[in-house]
Design a protein around this ligand. Structure first.
Ligand SMILES: C[S@@+](CC[C@H](N)C(=O)[O-])C[C@H]1O[C@@H](n2cnc3c(N)ncnc32)[C@H](O)[C@@H]1O
Length: 372
């Protein structure tokens, strides 16, 4: 089963508009937002709980793994909140957002896609939203480009794109994604700097690597890269991108495998990495039907990333898109709502500090307007 094939309600780019039947490809990940998520407490005891999925053919593959035990030692210091921001550039720009959609510039193309977080009103005029090259409609069951509308001229499936001087292909996928998640840019820059300043050979593991931009950035910076993704199609796209980027001579291992299985094997073998990136979907499938569920599997995989670090590791970077709203969404809404009144809008999350180990439990998001 191809993990690029999303399920109903899949939502990689923070959109909560309901999608129609799953298309054949296009979204990088499955998502369980339309289904109740596993109880994380129950799941912690059964980290690879295997639910039967509506469209699964046969039993999902069991991938039993022991629960991660709590590590001892002092907690790392913390920096909160840290907001990593992507500013408009010649490669990519979020031009406008609102009314449940976003208007973006990807290289030569202006694209409109659903955006569930954009609960505010558009800033630009209707004509700016109409003067576009592609609109994701998602309103057919057709595969591929059938789900896109091209108001000016029919476009091919791919087009040349650039990220920080790395050439790659933008791609109209059937599940509204375009082959890149530009918000990841700050992570890539951070990693690149670590690799360049390490002063020694650096090994990078990119789990759930999708079209490979992070792997290319790491390889260009001089790292030896292992890229893992469960989708053959995504691996194919990533390899194409490597060619496009003229980085074919760089050491990247492309591995089509279940991320958890791969990490477990690396731990058994004693393989080690200086940097681990992992950007798991809420729900996904390995090539042999292995089920990935963020809430039940993330603790185990996170623990494994620690196990496979070198004695002098540089970083482990986790991204999780399985949030239905961010405090930025209500923050933007509140600032729009109180425009012209002066004062200040403060936003963040409400957390409860636990007594046992002083860790924070996030309960909700907040935004408050304060007159002065
Ligand atoms: C959210 S995308 C990653 C995006 C990537 N970090 C980037 O910025 O381009 C998730 C990826 O996970 C892959 N995937 C889903 N389930 C998987 C699994 N069990 N093991 C490995 N990869 C999986 C999908 O094929 C998809 O390419």
């Amino acid at each position: 089963m191809d993990p690029l094939k999303p399920t109903r309600g899949a939502r990689r780019d923070r959109d909560n508009r309901k999608s129609p039947r799953a298309p054949a490809e296009g979204g990088p990940a499955r998502d369980t937002h339309s289904k109740p998520l596993a109880n994380p407490l129950v799941s912690a005891a059964n980290p690879r709980r295997q639910p039967r999925l509506p469209e699964s053919k046969g039993e999902p593959v069991q991938n039993k793994a022991p629960a991660a035990e709590r590590r001892s030692g002092a907690l790392p210091a913390e920096t909160l909140p840290l907001i990593l921001e992507v500013a408009p550039s010649a490669d990519y720009a979020l031009i406008d957002s609102g009314n449940g959609e976003k208007l973006e510039q990807y290289g030569p193309y202006r694209i409109v896609r659903p955006e569930g977080q954009a609960i505010w009103t558009r800033a630009l005029a209707e004509r700016d939203w109409e003067n576009v090259d592609a609109v994701f409609t998602g309103d057919t069951d057709e595969e591929g480009l059938g789900r896109w509308r091209f108001p000016k001229a029919a476009l091919g499936e791919t087009w040349p794109m650039r990220h920080d001087c790395i050439d790659y292909l933008g791609r109209f996928t059937s599940f509204r994604h375009v082959g890149v998640f530009p918000e990841q840019g700050p992570h890539w820059a951070f990693m690149e700097k670590q690799i360049r300043t390490a002063g020694r050979p650096v090994k990078v593991l990119n789990l759930f690597g999708y079209t490979g931009l992070a792997s290319l950035v790491a390889a260009r910076a001089g790292a030896e890269v292992t890229h893992v993704d469960a989708s053959k199609k995504a691996i194919g796209w990533a390899r194409e991108n490597q060619e496009m980027a003229r980085l074919a001579d760089k050491p990247i291992r492309w591995i089509c495998e279940d991320a958890m299985k791969f990490a477990e094997r690396e731990a058994r073998r004693g393989s080690q990495y200086d940097i681990v990136l992992f950007d798991p979907p809420a729900y996904g499938r390995g090539p042999k039907g292995e089920v990935w569920q963020l809430f039940s599997d993330l603790p185990r995989l996170t623990d494994l990333t620690r196990t496979i670090l070198t004695p002098k590791p540089l970083s482990v970077v986790l991204t999780a898109y399985s949030i239905r709203a961010s405090f930025f969404a209500i923050h933007t809404l509140m600032r729009d709502a109180f425009a012209g009144m002066g004062g200040r809008v403060e936003s963040g999350e409400l957390i409860i500090r636990e007594q046992s180990a002083g860790r924070a439990l996030s309960t909700s998001l907040f935004s408050r307007w304060v007159a002065q």
